[in-house]
Ligand binder design. Structure first.
Ligand code: ATP
Ligand code: MG
Length: 578
């Protein structure tokens, strides 16, 4: 491709909304262009990288036995009523209506559509298992679209769905696709980890996320350095916390705590540890307020709480709602003497406490010497603890480490959540009807490319891993008005193109400084410089964007040298061979 005829315009300007480096570099290198919040055009240079990823994804999905199809983006609301997600999905779901006032959604995901297809086509155990996938545009009306392609509203996803007679068959396919995901992210040259994850609004029992390690990642992840335990903090567990000593008093007594609304203030005032205070947080759940108890030095994991309430959306109650539910102003709610109708759920961290401190459900007062059995009604016990770095590994004696990651893929065992509600059944060999077991498997195309840039860049610009680079080689002609240079560059360009090398030929009539800066910015892995001086000696310069090490090679036979360098780079990235 000759740059002079290509559609690639770089810019030095960093858009004001571009907070992370991948977003800045994608805009500056002319990969994407914003149309509206979270909605982007993929310009030719960016699209090439996405296309490369899609090729890798298709190859590995096929290797895992999945079959490609393509489903509509616009889906009738009836299907979403059937699955129950018309209610449950919330405001991320973009709802539309047609000229006949019929309701539709722009698909944020495709469980309903695929289940509808399969329930009509498949009726016998003999036709199972099957795995189907597509690469297709989704729309989610994200509350905070940001970071460019990382969290867009319209975005490309590879989504796969599998259908089975039973759990065992689902487990086999789940494992095959899990391995395919590992091969995909390895083939891209990404540093990633697979972690246990919460199943969220999609539902189901068992799920894993694939995290690309990056400081700017939106997800927090814990990993045990001793064993293979790794989990999203939304899901992470720890061993039971060691119990703090019992508080100094054992009889229930109300004490004044004027103005002490935080656990720290209360603990300091009453001269107890923060672990001897129990925090009461009121959340608004699906059936009204819920009082949630957790040890004072720890935080509630809202994802675990939502899961334990079986509710997709919960939120902290407003001060007025807290007061209405408990009678206490904010900071003084507590579990002693709460109204009977108010549901109380407690984290396991509270169970071993004795003689602890809680809010007294009135302004400026707390109870000390609280006893669980005697003074507190708990309706449900659950693991609601937010686990983080430094906590004990739930599997071994190790201590968890915390880091940040970009969630690029998410695989779920759905079980019969959709097949049951939507009547997707099969007949077994006895002629009996059963709901199918399902799995679903998502992978963000744009987000993965953004994550690759988040991991591969320096001050000058992008440093592409070869497999995702829009071009393999940048051929940079230094003097576009020097006949020898032009002739040699043209010839090299033709030879490389004929040899099947993906080359971007910078034949623009620009100053060398501009070309070198652009070369760094767009980050093509192998750079070839053809300049008048070295050409006189029959030489051209090769350098890797990654190392910036330069070497001179003979212009005769240069194609061979270039192919060797590319092979070596490819092998390095994917860890295969030399
Ligand atoms: P998140 O927690 O980041 O919102 P999710 O759990 O909603 O992700 P899934 O429903 O599992 O995501 O979607 C599968 C994959 O699609 C994700 O792993 C991610 O790579 C991609 N993806 C999800 N939402 C977006 C988005 N708003 N922009 C770009 N990619 C996305
Ligand atoms: Mg989401």
């Amino acid at each position: 491709m000759r740059w002079s005829r290509y559609y690639l315009f770089t810019t030095r300007e960093v858009p004001r909304d571009a907070e992370v480096v991948s977003h800045q570099l994608m805009v500056r290198s002319g990969m994407v262009k914003k149309l509206a919040a979270g909605i982007y055009s993929y310009l030719p240079f960016g699209w090439r990288s996405l296309a490369k990823l899609m090729e890798i994804v298709r190859r590995e999905m096929a290797a895992a036995g999945a079959v490609e199809l393509s489903m509509p983006a616009v889906q009738p609301a009836e299907l979403w009523h059937e699955s129950g997600r018309w209610q449950d999905y919330g405001r991320e779901l973009l709802r539309l209506s047609d000229r006949h006032d019929r309701d539709f959604v722009f698909g944020p995901t495709h469980e309903e559509v695929i289940t509808d297809i399969v329930r009509h086509d498949v009726s016998s155990y003999r036709q199972l298992p099957i795995s189907l996938y597509q690469i297709q545009v989704k729309f989610r009306d994200e509350i905070r679209p940001r970071f460019g392609l990382m969290r867009g509203r319209e975005f490309l996803m590879k989504d796969a769905y599998s259908f089975h007679t039973d759990d065992a068959s689902l487990a086999v396919t789940y494992e095959e696709i899990r391995q395919a995901y590992c091969r995909i992210f390895e083939a891209c040259g990404l540093d990633y980890t697979m972690v246990e994850a919460d199943s969220g609004a999609i539902g189901g029992s068992h799920s894993h996320e694939f995290m690309v390690v990056a400081e700017t990642g939106e997800s927090a992840v814990v990993r045990c350095p001793e064993c293979d335990y790794a989990a999203n903090v939304e899901k992470a567990e720890t061993r039971a916390l060691p119990a703090p000593p019992a508080g100094p008093e054992s009889g229930l007594r109300k004490v004044p705590t004027p103005g002490a609304t935080s656990v720290e203030e209360v603990a300091a005032l009453l001269e107890v540890a923060t672990s001897q205070v129990v925090k009461t947080l009121v959340y608004m759940g699906p059936d009204g307020p819920v009082a949630t108890l957790v040890r004072g030095d720890r935080e509630v994991n809202e994802v675990k709480l939502a899961a334990s309430l079986g509710a997709p959306g919960i939120r902290l109650a407003e001060p007025a709602e807290v007061e209405e539910a408990t009678g206490a102003p904010l900071g003084f709610a507590g579990p002693v003497g709460l109204p009977d109708g108010l549901r109380v759920v407690a984290d396991e961290s509270v169970r071993p406490l004795a003689g602890f401190v809680v809010g007294a459900n009135e302004a400026d007062a707390h109870y000390v010497g609280v006893d669980l059995e005697r003074d507190v009604r708990v309706d449900d016990w659950a693991d609601l603890l937010l686990v983080g770095g430094g906590d004990a590994c739930p599997r071994c004696d190790g201590k968890l480490e915390e880091f940040r990651g970009i969630e690029v893929g998410h695989i779920f065992m759905l079980g019969d959540k959709y097949s049951k509600s939507m009547g997707c059944t099969y007949l077994d060999d006895q002629g009996e009807s059963h709901a199918m077991q399902m799995g679903c498997y998502g992978l963000g195309i744009g987000r993965t490319v953004a994550a690759a840039i988040e991991q591969g860049h320096d001050d000058g610009g992008i440093v592409w891993p070869l497999p995702l680079a829009p071009f393999e080689v940048l051929l940079l002609s230094l003097q576009t008005r020097n006949e020898e240079v032009v002739a040699a560059s043209n010839q090299l360009y033709d030879e490389l193109t004929r040899a099947g090398v993906e080359v971007l030929y910078d034949d623009r009539d620009e100053r060398p400084g501009v070309k070198f800066n652009d070369a760094d910015l767009i980050g093509v892995p192998l750079r070839i410089v053809v300049g008048a001086r070295s050409l006189k000696e029959g030489q051209i310069e090769l350098s890797l964007r990654r190392t910036k090490e330069k070497e001179m090679v003979a212009v005769d036979g240069a194609v061979e040298s270039i192919r060797e360098r590319l092979e070596a780079e490819r092998a390095r990235v994917t860890g295969s061979g030399g």
